[in-house]
Design a protein around this ligand. Structure first.
Ligand SMILES: O=P(O)(O)OC[C@H]1O[C@H](OP(=O)(O)OP(=O)(O)O)[C@H](O)[C@@H]1O
Ligand code: HPA
Length: 170
């Protein structure tokens, strides 16, 4: 079993910087509060790098949901923890590591909308299928093909999250 690099640490750093600049530019005239919402566990590394590249005040918030077993979605989203503070009138940036089938985001957005945020946008370091479930990823990182990826927060059965790059198992 060999791990092949798909996106290097250097490529990740450059992309995160670029996304941070785009996000800063997009929200620069907004007066309402901006919340960066980390979708645990997979987004932890991207989130931590991205918020440092956003040149304005962002509030931190975290949720934990999961639906994968091995390389397949179970199709059932398990909510392990959810947003505690009110999102009413706030601009929410959902920070994801990967948008794959789009099931997870479809679920999250449906429930977040009930809290009447001012807006909801998505930043994802990797997008696998363009517009799954019609989901529009406003701040996409890398578009990739049909790889099951690991590293930079992404796991295979909870392993490999701490690789500093994104790879796949050959
Ligand atoms: O677009 P989808 O097909 O729904 O897949 C994307 C989601 O799957 C992964 O989470 P996972 O359920 O593996 O939990 P984890 O973040 O704790 O690893 C990943 O972190 C995304 O949240
Ligand atoms: O390619 C992937 N890797 C790890 N977790 C995932 N969750 C959805 N797709 C993936």
């Amino acid at each position: 079993m060999a791990i092949k690099t798909l996106i290097s640490e250097e490529e990740l750093n450059l992309k995160v910087k670029e996304l941070g600049e785009k996000i800063t530019d997009h929200y620069k005239d907004k007066t309402d509060e901006i919340v960066a919402l980390c979708v645990l566990k997979g987004s932890i590394n991207f989130y931590s790098d991205l918020v440092k590249r956003i040149d304005m005040n962002v509030l931190y918030n975290f949720i934990q949901v999961s639906s994968y077993s091995g390389t397949n979605t179970t199709g059932r989203i398990k909510v392990k923890s959810w947003v505690e503070e009110s999102l009413e009138g706030k601009h929410v940036i959902i920070v994801e590591d990967v948008v794959d089938t789009g099931n997870t985001l479809k679920y999250i957005i449906k429930y977040l909308e009930r809290q009447n945020p001012a807006s909801i946008e998505i930043a994802s370091i990797v997008v696998k299928n363009v517009h799954p479930h019609g989901i529009n990823v406003k701040f996409p990182g890398f578009d990739i093909g049909d790889y099951f990826i690991i590293g930079y927060g992404l796991d295979y059965d909870e392993k490999y999250r701490n690789l500093p790059y994104i790879g796949y198992i050959e």
